[in-house]
Design a protein. Structure first.
Length: 66
């Protein structure tokens, strides 16, 4: 509930539920790994002094039995 006290302009809370094949599941998992790496690289290349501490969460897990 504390996250909801933060102004909408300062947060992003979203979710997606989808049906995937095993191949799509593996592909999406790799894309998430790549995305995290890309974010890290881009931010390291920006020559700015950080002043905001943030938490970024991306979760993916099956909700049905594999």
């Amino acid at each position: 509930t504390q996250a909801l006290e933060i102004q909408p302009e300062q947060r992003d809370i979203s979710a997606m539920t989808m049906s995937l094949s095993p191949t799509q599941f593996k592909w999406l998992k790799q894309r998430i790994i790549d995305f995290r790496y890309e974010i890290q690289q881009e931010l390291q290349n920006m020559k700015e002094d950080p002043s905001i501490v943030t938490q970024v969460n991306i979760q993916m897990f099956p909700v049905t039995k594999i």
